[in-house]
Design a protein around this ligand. Sequence first.
Ligand code: FAD
Ligand code: FES
Ligand code: FES
Length: 1339
Amino acid sequence: MSSPIKCSELIFFVNGKKITEKNADPEEMLLNYLRKKVRLSGTKFGCGSGGCGACTVMVSRYDPVQGTVRHFSANGCLLPICSLHGAAVVTVEGIGSTKTKLHPVQERIAKAHGSQCGFCTPGMVMSMYTLLRNKPQPSLEDIREALGGNLCRCTGYRPIIDGFKTFCGASECCQNGEGGNKCCVENGSTHQDEDADISDELFRMDDLLPFDPSQDLIFPPQLMLMAQKQDGGRLCFQSDRVTWISPRDLSDLLELKAAHPDATLVVGNTTVGPKMFVKGAYHPVLISPGRVLELHIVKRVKNGVILGAACTLSMVKDELERAVQELDQEKSKVYQTLLQTLRCLAGKQIRNMATIGGNILSANPKYDLNCILAAADCSLLVMSKGGTREVPLNEEFFTGFGKTSLRPDEVVLSVHIPHSRPWEFISAFRQAQRREFAFSIVNAGMKVAFAEDTDVVESLNVYYGGVGPTLFRAAHTCEELAGRSWDGELLGEACRLLGDEVTLSPSAHGGKVEFRKTLTLSFLFKFYMQVVLELRERGVSVSDLPQEYLSALKPFRNEVPQGQQSYQLVSENQSSEDPVGRPKVHHSSFQQATGEAKYSDDTPTVQDELFLVMVTSTRAHAKMISVDESEALSMPGVVAYVSARDVPGQNRRMVFDNPEELFAEEEVICVGQIIGAIVAKTREQAKRAAAKVKVTYEDLSPVFFTIEEAIQHQSFFNPKRKLERGNVDEAFEKVDRILEGEIYMGGQEHFYMETHVIIAAPRGEDGEMDLYLTSQHSALTQEVVGLALGVDSNKITCHVKRLGGGFGGKVMKIAPLSAITATAAHKTGRVVRCVLDRGDDMLITSGRHPFLGKYKVGFMNDGTILAADMSFYSNGGCTLDQSPFVMEKALLHMDNGYKIPNLRGRGFVCMTYLPSYTAFRGFGGPQGLTMMESAVHEVAVKCGLTPEQVRDINLYRDEICYTHHKQLFSARDMVRCWEQCLERSAYHNRRLAIAQFNANNRWKKRGICAVPIKFGVGFSKWFFNQGAALVNIFRDGSVLVSHGGTEMGQGLNTKAMQIASRILKVPMSSIHIKETCTGNVPNAAPSAASFGTDAVGMAVKDACEKLMKRLEPVMKEYPKHTWRQWIGEAYCQRISLSSTGFFMGPYTDVDWDKSEGMAYYYFTFGACCSEVEIDCLTGDHKNIRTDIVMDVGRSLNPALDIGQIEGGFVQGVGLYTIEELQFSPDGVLMTSGPTQYKIPVMCDVPSQLNVHLLANAENPHALYSAKGVGEPPVFFGCTIFFAIKEAIAAARRESGLSCSFPLNSPATAERIRMACIDQFTQMVPSPEPGTFKPWAIDV
Ligand SMILES: Cc1cc2nc3c(=O)[nH]c(=O)nc-3n(C[C@H](O)[C@H](O)[C@H](O)COP(=O)(O)OP(=O)(O)OC[C@H]3O[C@@H](n4cnc5c(N)ncnc54)[C@H](O)[C@@H]3O)c2cc1C
Ligand code: FES
Ligand code: FES
């Protein structure tokens, strides 16, 4: 827009306070505005694209016509502030606080242990709060729906549900309410286990704040008046880049569209917004038609329903639900079909914002509605200044990806959805990477109309999305089938025709080509069966449909996860004041639930602060010919470009003889490598400028990305490792049988909810620098920053308050990122902040190593394994990082719980041109264990046994056992876990029931799998096995504990406080932990290896014991004194009230030449059993039930330990099933945000998830007999994988195929479907490998 316009005043409310913004910026989203301008940092940034729910707020609007207030949850990251004129926003800070009063939602999520790292908690709270505003007594289904758009990476969701379901009526609350038993709400406590000292009560129901809806914030009366008095004027907001116009009415809208045909209409902003934030799309003029009444119309007409284009998907859903209730069934079929899709389309927040018009006009074939609307013969009412026209919504309307035949001056006014007619049947299908909150891979809408009272097809409409750049109609197939009878012959012909008509090049965008083509056939087959059934009901169809086919038509039900958790109570003799062993809540969970808990980026900005954005390589292996930052430097707000030449100290450092550079100097070795950084006044300015830095490259060879290619190039990092027990080669001579196989396990993104954050603050004296950051290893960060700046570590101080999740991803990569930010701070002399966008975080910091395992196993016919020879290849990426140690851990875990007398493993870390892989919870353990389990599974298939029989036969069982690296351990508790797990899960009965189910169902199959685990705790490098703490007692008796560990949700601080409380005999409320600071506790080891509590706990105990020893004489002298008096007296006696504590852990090391050594402090044991069901036609699966029995010794805190087990397991479910990273053949990461990369949501958690802590378990080695449990449960996700494999085998058996077949991890819908070979997959030819460039490769 050329000339400046008069800007309107933007008025809205936040938490009851009026905001008047005179210079509203059209590009500013509410999330940023709240955090930076209103200084409410409770609402969190997790992705910026609507994909995580961390930014959820409640928005309320008054409707003057209806006289009602509508409350809805929304994603703050996609809400332009300009769209909020007249709205009231409520954030997590607005509903309660620890200083005044908690809202019951906040209290209950905290008390139910539903907040670990807490980063998702405000979003969860606001989703639930909004639900309660609309429905004070919700059902479980309401809760499921309300939380469907909120991700949590820590908890596994179950405790969140447990907290929130207390708002439901008693009948909904818990499964134990069934069968005449009283529900837990009614009896106020617990489902008591038979054993007296076993409890399943993790929180008490009887001391919760009552929920009183009348206490909630009222809608501001001023906004009601404003809405009633609407003056109807245009609203305009303008920045130096963008103009936002909100027309007063329809004619104004058409006027504007005529004057600015290129202007973008923005309604819900859920398509436009992510493109602006993630892809940098620029729209100089935005027209927001939200106030145009005609666009919100909802009208029933004689032959259908008319919905205004600006109706949100939630409003559409409500209206269609009404229509289904009120219209007769025949007419409402199309609405039922739409509803079925709307229920799983996106999350609640998105559905509250996204509009039906936006969904259609985004013209994105992955969006679900167009297929159905087109199949249902819907039409659009289109308007411009020139007039109105009705346009059929069909394939001709969509002219390309994101393109329609709408003229630039036209807008869509409404959508007309006609009623279904008699003898017409319609259905919709979709398959996505994850069943909920995920774009479909392929979607379909199908409608058939029959001549009355016959099965003769009058017309057929088959539409697909996801098989090309735009909506696709199988026109030829539909025409050919008209006039035919709906029978098996028609089906065969339809599949043949479709196979020819749906053409997808093997290199097609989105990949998964054979799967997508197969889905088109599978969907058609499902539609065929549905229609046969309907016809049969009407007494028409003669087609045969076997009974066992019918379950294929039942969609999986998404349920709210429930389950039982049990643990052993502390001894009756333990003092009631002593918190050790009790399920204490995470000590900052209330602050987390109110948004008061501070994360690194919640630190308020200071004057002159700058923001840093990285400039990264777009080539995988190339020489940098030139870098031209001049254009970037000339852009508004840009202060500096920082690169290797600005590093005052070392840009390059050696890590075990391998170089690592902060900034690439001459050559780049992966896409995503940091070349430089732009520092500007704001994040947006820095982002825009970073995109303008021009780098010219000269490609170098070789360049390769996959493990297979690295093997061909013999490209390995050193050292290569080998472990061997017995004589493998000799044993192979003696066994009955030998099998060989391999399994590939893809990598995994950490997807901690809080991305990497660093704030570097130069202190201006002696080179001092303070850093506030997200590090699991502050000491390393301190060292690397010091090296980069050329100053000693004593000048660098790292502060970590808490992390919004770490999972190993914030151990290593944070160090160079911090050094770069510190370099920028050094260069500019100003405070510099770097908050990685989700995409940059995923690209730059990488994740879990992909592994390829090749094995040869020798076994007897009874399943006894006598020899195994395994080769492990990991993809290490372009630099060393921790790859050798990850590989060592894989080798050290390859025996799992099995006594295989002759066992050999070799480990090779491949060097490839990908971003360097790093530590991730489990650290190679899951990969090593999975290789062995894969081999065991195959042995069972060959022997005709169940895998559990083979596991059982080969289990270590003795009190005195030695691992394959000759470490002594007792297998007693592992065997107890295994046996109890089989018993508690009713494994044997369920296996029989599954066999029955499989015999009765052709297209749905079930599988079950149970595995044991033996997992090493601690670092196999002895020097990391240390912990340090500092405990200070102040004169008022309060205690400040500092330690070297990092609180990242696992509850380390809570456990440290429990320990300090026990030793000092003061309540936990007198103890405080402020932060982790390298200035207080130096040289700390990383918080990793499940060893945090062992190290920190022992150090805190040591410090407290020293203090108690010093206090002892005073206590003896004044036995009647209080604690405070003793401290006062000790002060007067000049007794030091400050003590360090130290824990020197065990000496662990492995002599790799001798294949022996004590690698671990001790072992944590457990067992897990899972059952799944798969849909053989689509590859979808449902996790039905999981039972875990875990030995954590004498738990220090059962609630936190169970939280770690459930959270770790669900992270494992993601690893083994839905989390798939995809790289282009040029090494570009294409799954760079929650839109493409799917972590588990609630529907992925088994409907029943039971966790039991093994009773009467001891651990003589560690603190109060407890065991570390952070990492091992991730591996339990493999039970889902192998259960899926069993289910696939059952399907293959029916097709006469071998049950021995390769299946790589993760078992995605694509892999499941394509392994269930049948007549449909066989109709899709596989392209010849090497004859095309695939869209994605397995690295
Ligand atoms: C996290 C996430 C998950 C999602 N999951 C799904 C899913 O599973 N399935 C699915 O189908 N969709 C999904 N979506 C897409 C979502 O449904 C669409 O983004 C939404 O419907 C678009 O509506 P909007 O009002 O936000 O459009 P906007 O972003 O405001 O606009 C989108 C486009 O439509 C044009 N437009 C809008 N209204 C009109 C009109 N009246 N006349 C002319 N042009 C108009 C705009 O100019 C713009 O080009 C998801 C989106 C997100 C962010
Ligand atoms: S930050 Fe808004 S949804 Fe992720
Ligand atoms: S507690 Fe949910 S993401 Fe950490």
